[in-house]
Design a protein around this ligand. Structure first.
Ligand code: BES
Ligand code: MN
Ligand code: ZN
Length: 503
């Protein structure tokens, strides 16, 4: 197993680094970054000569590996294209960092020093640049190989990357950034691992076990798992209705991080944990149905974010609530037209059994009210319509409280794990009217992401609430199919911003 790369910060100049490789930036038109200029000087102009030969034109993300550069203690020098000689955007910086990480991992070096955090990035400080270097590199080098008996391709020899900072006074911010970035990357990895696991392994009970395991590792965490009987006693008729089609018993998993005194109203994160969504009796088409193992990505992101909160010892009270079940057809499964009673007492006509996420979430959201939350954020792979609206770039955000929406948008912007707000206006509620119950579980064919959110809004009136629809952002399809770990970075940043003194 490839262990994650270990990051650190150090001050110093590139030519003196005793390492397998040193990475420095090169701009377009043969302009050398500050660090590259030092390498050029130490090598008596060798670097400039190489660049003038034209093998690297400096476009963002291009790389060129040089061996045994004169005047360098390090064995290799990696040149990394950084675009035009001006402040980089967040995305350009991330692209350069990812390209460097991939190229470093492909060398035989076991350690490297990267001077890319020295590049100027618009409106970003050393803390951000260092943290982003850690988080993006870790993200790019993630592999899911637990289920392969033989590892593919050459094994990575790279173990450590130090982020080189020229000024000693930046070391403190850099160290904090490495600590935060590594803890966030661990949370992202956790979420990706869980979501990538197939549904025959990752069942509701499996998620509960992993939650228990987390609580054993981190003293600030505690776990409680409710079974069917307890859900029944609480009147969770909507959640239990979805679970009826499956032999796999449902679970309601509650993970609590107590980093603040009891007085504080908790931040509650609710994650959709459908470990497989076949659609139920309203069966989905066979095409790409395997991807519905990712339908517990919301749950995975809640566990990932709680792990990070615990690892960083954030002075917050955070509660994670995970309603988890499979959605399968079966002799006892719910049928279109069935009416069930939710924990809140509202009756729901189930017109489509494939709109199961909102059914399990409405009971979990009602249950969240028991914690007298300061805010509640739910995270769910809720609608294909959200993928149509926003693609795989932005997570759909809905909120009943504008300042909460702004906080989440800002956290997404800061981490590059962006969300975009969609409306929750009154007019959209019309389509959820039912002839036979208080509400129907689907609206018409239009604005599907909004009607789903509008359904949830009926159950969240008592507190400040936001909903993140991650159907498009939690995983990628196609050749590189797999979980992305989003929106763990957004959630972690949201928590860090709320934690006094964490930054
Ligand atoms: N888990 C799906 C949403 C989904 C679809 C996520 C595609 C990612 C990609 C959800 O449970 C679902 O099936 N939603 C239905 C709702 C419809 C029946 C109103 C959908 O989006 O088609
Ligand atoms: Mn569904
Ligand atoms: Zn689903």
């Amino acid at each position: 197993m490839n262990e994650p790369i270990e990051f650190s910060v150090k001050s110093g100049t590139p030519e003196k680094q005793r390492a397998g490789c040193v990475a420095v930036g090169v701009f377009e038109k043969r302009k050398l970054s500050a660090a590259a200029q030092l390498v050029d000087a130490a090598s008596d102009g060798y670097l400039g000569t190489v660049v003038r030969r034209g093998d690297l034109d400096g476009k963002v993300g291009q790389v060129l590996l040089l061996h045994s550069v004169p005047g360098m203690v390090a064995e290799r020098v990696l040149l990394v294209g950084c675009g035009r000689d001006r402040e980089l955007t967040d995305a350009q910086y991330s692209k350069a960092v990812v390209a460097a990480a991939r190229a470093l991992a492909a060398t035989g070096a076991s350690d490297a020093v990267s001077f890319l955090a020295e590049l100027p990035v618009r409106d970003r400080d050393v803390y951000w640049k260092t943290r982003e270097a850690v988080a993006s590199s870790r993200g790019a080098l993630y592999r899911f190989e637990q289920l392969k008996s033989e590892k593919e391709g050459p094994q990575r020899t790279l173990r450590r990357i130090a982020i080189g900072l020229s000024s000693r006074k930046d070391l403190e911010a850099g160290e904090r950034a490495v600590r935060h970035g590594s803890a966030i990357a661990d949370g992202v990895d956790k979420a990706r691992d869980l979501a990538n696991l197939p549904a025959n392994i990752c069942t509701p009970s499996y998620l509960a076990e992993r939650a228990r395991e987390l609580a054993e590792k981190y003293p600030s965490l505690s776990v409680e798992v409710l079974d069917e009987k307890e859900m029944d006693r609480l009147g969770m008729g909507a959640l239990l209705a979805v679970a009826r089609g499956s032999r796999e018993p449902p679970r309601l998993i509650v993970v609590e991080h107590r980093g603040a005194d009891k007085g504080a109203r908790p931040i509650v994160l609710v994650g959709k944990g459908v470990t497989f969504d076949s659609g139920g009796i309203s069966l989905k088409p066979a095409q790409a149905m395997d991807e519905m193992k990712f339908d517990m990505s919301g749950a995975a992101s809640v566990l990932g974010a709680l792990q990070t909160a615990a690892a960083l010892g954030l002075p917050l009270h955070v509660v994670g609530i995970i309603p988890s079940t499979e959605n399968l057809p079966g002799g006892n499964a719910i049928k279109p037209g069935d009416v069930v009673t939710s924990m809140a007492g509202q009756t729901v006509e189930i017109l489509n059994t494939d709109a199961e996420g909102r059914l399990i979430l409405c009971d979990a959201l009602t249950y969240a009210g028991r914690y007298e939350p300061g805010v509640v954020v739910d995270i769910a792979t809720l609608t294909g319509a959200c993928v149509v609206a926003l693609g795989r770039v932005a997570t759909g955000l809905f909120a009943n409280h504008a300042p909460l929406a702004r906080e989440l948008l800002a956290a997404g912007q800061y981490t590059g794990d962006r969300a975009w707000e969609l409306p929750l206006w009154e007019e959209y509620r019309e389509s959820l009217k039912s002839n036979f119950a208080d509400v129907a579980n689907i609206g018409g064919p239009e604005a599907g992401a909004v009607t789903a959110a509008s359904f949830l809004a009926r159950f969240t009136k008592k507190y400040r609430w936001a909903h993140l629809d991650i159907a498009g952002t939690a995983w990628t399809t196609g050749k590189e199919k797999g979980a992305t770990g989003r929106p763990v970075p957004l959630l972690c940043q949201f928590l860090i911003n709320r934690a006094p003194g964490a930054r």
